[in-house]
Each structure stands twice: as structure tokens, then as C-alpha cells.
Design a protein around this ligand. Structure first.
Ligand code: PEP
Length: 250
């Protein structure tokens, strides 16, 4: 199997004020001290902090990104932010299709795909989120759901340079619950299969992150699972010590 440089990504969601810059600087320092040789690190702060964090992260190798983008480059869309605007503010990536966006803003796979294409147009990596609900897991349709989301949300011509897939079981997000290692292994192997089937050799090297209640205490076990090429971390990314602890589990 080809070697893939892991990516540990922190999604700050709707958390963080100007004073949070100190926590972010601690993340930058920790990355520089011991992680930069081994893994990629990304932080997705709220849009209000993006430009300041991008300036702070310049030359460090740490990627700063947006949490969502509009599919259009500009226009009459009050309150929205385009991929071009994120790039202009210093972003190198953007999360699209997070389950909270799918739920709170009724985003469909087609919407997510359009946003991923917008990210590529602007030169951003799209971190495309997929994952089943607890009801879907209980009904035994996890792979059907994940397969459908993959097909619908990933744009044509996806490459390892412009797309990262994040598998996040909705019931594991912010709940402290995680799937068993066997369940994670099954879904990640399935995603890898589908990526290779659709994108050929490029599908072998597109990173597949696991997300959902990743903590310093469970990161090593999750990261050791085949085809888990990193983590998307919510709550635990807000504290530099926890986030660096997770990143150091690689
Ligand atoms: C997320 O929402 O992307 C996430 C993984 O959250 P948490 O780590 O808090 O479960």
C-alpha cells in the first residue's frame, strides 16, 4: 500500500474569540517542536479568526481553513462566504458537508459536491464529510448511506491534492461514543474500495480521516486502523494540549 502522510484536522465550530489566538499559537509551537516531520496539521477556526490565524501560521506549515463555503465565487448571498474569499484570507482548505451543515442548513450531497468544486476552483483542499446517523447504523444501512454520500458529494476528478474524505458517524460527534475498531475498519476499507473504483490509482492516496469523539486517550487505537489516514477533531481541538496529544498519537 502506498504511504500517505497523515492529516490531523481541528474543527473549532462556532467557538473562539480573539483571545483564542494564544491557544492557536500553542498549537503552532507544538507542531513545530515535534510533529512537522511526520504529519500535516490543519485548524478550522470560525471565519472571524481565519485571517489572523492564517497570518500567525504563515511559514509554519500548519494549514488554516474555513468551515464551509458557498458554491458561487461572489454575489447576492448575504452572510455567505465564498471559497475565493477564504483563499484570499489565507485559507488552504475548507470543510464541506459537515453533518451540522447537512442538518442545520439542509445541505444535500449535490450542494456539498458543488462546494467541493468551488474549493478546487479557489485552490483549496476540500475536506468532504460523510457519515451515517444512529438510526441508519441501527437499520444496518451504514455502507449504503456512506456509499451514496461518497458518490454524490465527491466531485469528478478528485485527487489526493484537492480532496480529503472525513468519515464521521453522526452519532459519534460530540457524544463521547465511538464505533468499535472493527466497525471503523469496515467503513474505511469500503471507502477506500469506492475511491479506487472511481478514481483509480489516485483513489489509493486520497486521505480518509476518522472523526467523532477523537480524544488523546483513543487516538492511537483509531489511527492504527488500516485506511485511517488521520483524524477530524471537534471538541478536543480547542485545547492545544489535547489536540497536540491526538496529533502525537501518530
Ligand atoms: C466534528 O464535528 O467534526 C467532530 C469530530 O466533533 P467531536 O470531535 O467533538 O466529536
Amino acid at each position: 500500500t502506498p504511504s500517505i502522510r497523515p492529516l490531523v484536522a481541528g474543527n473549532w465550530k462556532m467557538n473562539g474569540l480573539a483571545a483564542s489566538a494564544a491557544e492557536f499559537r500553542a498549537i503552532l509551537a507544538g507542531y513545530d517542536a515535534s510533529l512537522a516531520g511526520a504529519i500535516d496539521l490543519a485548524v478550522f477556526p470560525p471565519a472571524t479568526l481565519l485571517a489572523a490565524f492564517a497570518t500567525a501560521a504563515a511559514e509554519t506549515g500548519v494549514i488554516v481553513g474555513g468551515q464551509d463555503c458557498h458554491a458561487a465565487a461572489s454575489g447576492a448571498h448575504t452572510g455567505d462566504i465564498s471559497a475565493e474569499m477564504l483563499a484570499d484570507a489565507g485559507a488552504g482548505a475548507v470543510i464541506v458537508g459537515h453533518s451540522e451543515r447537512r442538518t442545520d442548513h439542509d445541505e444535500t450531497d449535490a450542494d456539498v459536491c458543488a462546494k467541493a468544486l468551488a474549493a478546487r476552483r479557489a485552490g483549496l483542499i476540500a475536506v468532504i464529510c460523510i457519515g451515517e446517523t444512529l438510526d441508519e447504523r441501527d437499520r444496518g444501512v451504514t455502507l449504503d448511506v456512506v456509499g451514496r454520500q461518497l458518490t454524490g458529494s465527491l466531485p469528478v476528478g478528485a485527487t489526493a491534492a484537492n480532496v480529503v474524505v472525513a468519515y464521521e458517524p453522526v452519532w459519534a460527534i460530540g457524544t463521547g461514543r465511538t464505533p468499535t475498531a472493527e466497525d471503523v475498519a469496515t467503513v474505511h476499507a469500503f471507502i477506500r474500495d469506492r475511491l479506487v473504483h472511481r478514481f483509480g490509482a489516485e483513489g489509493e492516496v486520497i486521505r480518509i480521516l476518522y472523526g467523532g469523539s477523537v480524544k488523546p486517550g483513543n487516538a492511537a487505537e483509531l489511527m492504527a486502523i488500516p485506511h485511517v489516514d488521520g483524524a477530524l477533531v471537534g471538541g478536543a481541538s480547542l485545547k492545544a494540549a489535547d489536540f497536540l496529544g491526538i496529533a502525537g498519537a501518530y
